[in-house]
Ligand binder design. Structure first.
Ligand SMILES: Cc1cc2nc3c(=O)[nH]c(=O)nc-3n(C[C@H](O)[C@H](O)[C@H](O)COP(=O)(O)OP(=O)(O)OC[C@H]3O[C@@H](n4cnc5c(N)ncnc54)[C@H](O)[C@@H]3O)c2cc1C
Length: 594
């Protein structure tokens, strides 16, 4: 296992750890989460926010002498990290930080691994020195004796109890009472406190420091996106295999029809199959860009646009972590229903998948809150376009905005379904939609700002404006990466089916935004008809290859682990074996009465 902290290996190490975590997550999610927060996240944070004086802890983690946890959330504050109330006050006499939890509402909670097992936590607390508060900072805090796993005096630690799922993780809470740690336990790469209690930071604004600290969570979000796209593949594989084998009804005295033949069933499942292909390829490509940015930020030479690139990647992840986790969660429910009653069997796997994916929409950044970070970034790009006719988009995910006037003047001019079944149509329509929603969001906020403060104006321009804007941007970016990948890396004979999948995904997503296309006069009722007809045509085209597509995406049976989704096609034989594995004997007491 690579533990080197050499800067040259940052990208390779991160990729290696991500791959291990990704593989583990589809087989045993709780173990993967335990390892991710117990080792990887901590190591990542120590490498990026800590300095040489913290590197020995990484050795301890890899030598299994320590297990860590990340303690950010408090009972009364989660998304609103700035208002967290745990304090770390510098004591110049002893050269220590004294940690305190003012009351129960400030107890750190939901902390994975803390309930029973971790020996140290990465604690986020408000740093005080010389009577002044310098905002949230990260500290390494030993909490348990590694030999006995008993908590140290000065701590109240507990397990938060049974959860809806992921009970393999011991999520815990902790309260600190004048708990002392050495000054050196502050992660001091960007800010430090000297022996004499002077605060020194390379950031002038405390908000930026918090941003740098929390930016480390991006790795976790990318991990969630990888897990989400894999779980989406698992769900659609089970439902498509089942749909191909399950028959219900038939015309008059004709043979029974496999449910995959029903248009309604195709329309329920195939857009999720296409989402699985698009989002898997997107996540893999984005991970490359993310790791390149991580590597660049770890080199000593100045790199043009690096800060802008990191901001853009943050905006992309803030839109697409919600996109993937919500798509996955909704797909699991649809796939469960698509397998009827048998889908409700535990052995069908949908229950486990659902309870694993469910918290992903809340942790590592609540989805609705993350979307606001994307729209804030897009609004900054809009200001830049208005004032300087430029964008800060090195990855070119919104560089089209510099043509905003031309884009907004465009109207759909097609006259048949054929005209919407093209990559150009989907791309141009998304560019119009994003520009339209961005302009509207900016306008709405400007109007509100005449009577409301910035905070209120932002809050009152989310629904129908900023939130759909971020969602549309996330879908557009995912498709952009997908099509780039197909054009650059895929052999010609595969392009046809991948093209169909991309179009079906794009049009199915646009289907949900039709109201804005009509509202902004981009098209009329005919456009709606063309998009709907195109989706049905593409579903019909996909019918003949849906099983092959899911076979190509699917992991081995032991990973999918579903009685309904085995690759051998022996649905009823497998189901019979599963049912007969249970207690099938008639109890003696009943047998005598039969
Ligand atoms: C299984 C699991 C494991 C976890 N592990 C950890 C861990 O290891 N360490 C850790 O520190 N934390 C952990 N958490 C906590 C997690 O990070 C938080 O739940 C998450 O950050 C959201 O915060 P919250 O629960 O306080 O929700 P809140 O921030 O209170 O949000 C509640 C609701 O209000 C909405 N909302 C909030 N602000 C706004 C706004 N401005 N506008 C509109 N709507 C808004 C949100 O969208 C959300 O729906 C874990 C949580 C779970 C479920």
């Amino acid at each position: 296992m690579p533990i080197s902290t050499n800067k040259a290996f940052v990208k390779d190490r991160a990729r290696c750890l991500m791959s291990i975590n990704e593989a583990l997550a589809v087989v045993c999610p709780a173990v993967s989460v335990k390892q991710a927060i117990g080792v990887y996240l901590f190591q990542n944070t120590l490498t990026t926010l800590g300095t040489e004086r913290h590197q020995h802890i990484i050795e301890e983690l890899w030598n299994q002498q320590a297990l860590s946890a990340l303690a950010l959330t408090e009972v009364a504050h989660g998304s609103d990290a700035k208002n967290m109330r745990t304090t770390a006050t510098y004591d110049q006499e002893t050269e220590e930080f004294v940690i305190n939890t003012p009351d129960f509402q400030a107890a750190k909670c939901w902390v994975g691994n803390l309930g029973k097992t971790c020996t140290m936590v990465l604690l986020f607390a408000q740093l005080y020195t010389g009577g002044q508060c310098f905002g949230l900072h990260a500290f390494v805090v030993p909490v348990r004796d590694p030999k006995t796993l008993l908590p140290y005096p000065g701590l109240i630690i507990g397990d938060i109890g049974e959860k809806i799922g992921l009970n393999g993780i011991d999520n815990g809470f902790v309260m600190f009472q004048n708990y002392r740690i050495p000054r050196q336990n502050l992660l001091n790469r960007v800010a430090d406190v000297t022996k004499d209690g002077d605060y020194e930071s390379s950031f002038t604004e405390p908000g930026k420091l918090l941003g740098a600290a929390l930016e480390n969570l991006s790795a976790g979000r990318v991990g969630i996106m990888q897990e989400g796209s894999n779980n989406l593949i698992n769900a659609v594989t089970i439902a498509v295999r089942y749909a191909a084998l399950r028959t219900q009804f038939g015309s008059d005295n004709g043979p029974e029809v496999p449910i995959i033949e029903y248009q309604l069933h195709q329309w329920r499942l195939f857009p999720y199959v296409s989402a699985a292909a698009v989002l898997k390829i997107f996540t893999t490509s984005l991970t490359d860009d993310y790791l390149n940015a991580v590597e660049m930020s770890n080199t000593d030479t100045a790199i043009d646009n690096l800060r802008e690139m990191i901001s853009e990647i943050h905006a992309i992840i803030s839109a697409t972590k919600p996109l993937i986790t919500w798509t996955c969660l909704h797909a699991i429910q649809e796939c469960r229903e698509a397998c009827g009653g048998h889908g409700y069997l535990k052995a069908a796997r949908f229950g486990d998948l659902r309870s694993t994916v469910d918290p992903c929409v809340s942790y590592e950044g609540d989805n609705n809150v993350l979307l606001q970070q994307t729209s804030n970034w897009l609004l900054r790009q809009w200001s830049s376009v208005i004032n300087h006719n430029t964008t800060h988009s090195p990855l070119k995910t919104c560089s089209f905005l510099t043509n905003c006037n031309e884009i907004l003047s465009k109207r759909f001019a097609g006259s048949s379904v054929r005209h919407v079944k093209t990559v150009a149509f989907v791309t141009q329509t998304y560019e119009w939609l994003i520009t339209y929603l961005l302009k509207n969001t900016h306008q709405k906020q400007s109007e509100l700002l005449t009577t409301q403060c910035k905070f209120t104006a932002r809050n009152n321009s989310q629904v129908y404006k900023a939130a759909p804007l971020s969602k549309a941007y996330g879908e557009y970016v995912a498709l952009k990466y997908y099509w780039n990948h197909i054009n650059e890396h895929v052999e010609a004979d595969l392009r046809s089916i991948l093209g169909t999948l991309g179009l079906l995904y794009g049009l199915s997503c646009l289907d949900k935004h039709l109201v804005y296309l009509l509202q902004g006069n981009y098209g009329n009722g005919s456009l709606v008809n063309y998009i709907q007809d195109a989706i049905l045509e593409l579903c019909n085209e996909m019918k003949k290859c849906a099983v092959s597509v899911t076979d190509a995406l699917a992991p081995p049976d032991f990973v999918i682990n579903s009685v309904l989704g085995k690759a051998d096609g022996k649905l009823y034989e497998n189901l019979r074996n599963e049912l007969f594995r249970g207690d099938t004997c008639v109890p003696e007491i009943l047998a005598s009465k039969l």
